[in-house]
Write a protein that binds this ligand. Sequence first.
Ligand code: ADP
Length: 532
Amino acid sequence: MAMMGMAGVAARSARHRLSCSTGHLPSMRASSPPLSRQITMDAQSLAARLKSSGLLRSQGLIGGKWVDAYDGSTIKVHNPATGEVITEVPCMGSRETKDAISSAYDAFQSWSKVTAAERSRHLRKWYDLLISHKEELGQLITLEQGKPLKEAIGEVGYGASFIEYFSEEAKRVYGDIIPAPLADRRLFVLKQPVGVVGTITPWNFPLAMITRKVGPALACGCTVVIKPSELTPLTALAAAELSLQAGIPPGAVNVVMGKASDIGDSLLESSQLRKITFTGSTAVGKRLMAGAAATVKKVSLELGGNAPCIVFDDADVDVAVKGTLAAKFRNSGQTCVCANRVIVQEGIYEKFATAFSNAVQNLQVGDGFSEGVAQGPLINEAALHKVESFVEDAISKGAKILLGGKRHSLGRTFYEPTIMTDVKSDMLISREEVFGPVAPLLRFRTEEEAIRMANDTNAGLAAYIFTSNVQRTWRVTEALEYGIVGVNEGIISTEVAPFGGVKQSGLGREGSKYGIDEYLELKYVCLGNMSH
Ligand code: ADP
């Protein structure tokens, strides 16, 4: 995902917002503008309802017990649509993390030894609970993350699908028998769980980024310490509560949040923790990879993208518009697979720009709880400043605004769905991930030029192409240096396919039959002396 190269001001503002405090739960601030008051009241009563249902937790989970930070400090969790405080969660650090690792280590001794069928049943039960609480979990996601409720409920289905899929895969962790080179030997390969896993996740998919890691980890017998983003810890805590209700043993799933670098360092330093799996910015990913070297942990990284979306002259315009719209504006442009550069061939450029603009201008912006809203707020001010600075940079270098291009009249962190034309490869928006609702259109002449432009980045997560030529589909797909390619399709994520990037977009794959390998070690056994 990532906010690579974030401006200093923006980064400071994000940090300010995450500072720990030792105060008590404050009441909702009454300083919001009148327009948002109705929504504020609704969100408040929603939070109260979620609390009484037991799904709005405001403590961390260590060894099956809900706990505060040991020094009592807390972090406020905000609703990005209104700026209101939803609740506070513990601001934890190294001591709590060490205890969480110990609990996970103890739980690993038994969880890794129960039968695959039993682990499968527990995961299936967890899946059923996630689905039966789809509405409430969706509401929690919209409340703390801002995406439209329909999209949030969609994320619950998607997030839960990893638990269902890996409940099934749990039973298929087969080993191998290798034909021996000598007659009196027998060689075989066992697959065993790697051990305790540290799981660090971002705010853009508060549920799915967790289940995509925890599903396969638990399925093969690992136990986990989850560190969700401090911006969106509530969905993680609710999912953890449901894991307990599903009978997943205490200590198998732990959740700590607070001082990110202290928690990260404790995870890295521990020799009991054998793997780090991370989704987030490239900068933090590199830091974790370097830190993992000290104890030689396994590492899986899902980092920033810079997805090209190439529209060829021979594309079906309607298909290209629909696909680009989905690939660009989902989650307000805040996904690591969002189209970051829309690269359009000169023969179709004007036609595509007009049709795309007509579609984008219909996107309704607003609070994710309001009917018909397709685009919510950005996660915080740092994100807004980043988008603004990228747009300013592009305009100063000659780009033109076709649509939007400024903050939305709703205020706060709402930004207008934006299309820019005359964008060039040297502009910031072409070099880095904007992570917001801005579609820059770049122009190309030949297929070779499009491939060169698309590959001219250190990132390599997702790419999209729109063409109706079969031979071109194969040629371009093979030439793209990316882990995922969508052909005439803007929505590519599914639990059954391997998700991950090449180059600096990461290491390893998540989901699918390949995803479980990240949590397994191979043990080769050589049995000798067969004649005795
Ligand atoms: P973003 O810019 O999208 O917020 P980050 O990489 O900063 O991406 O955040 C992704 C996750 O990484 C979050 O849970 C965040 O708290 C965590 N994180 C940030 N810094 C560190 C760190 N030094 N060690 C461990 N985790 C970290």
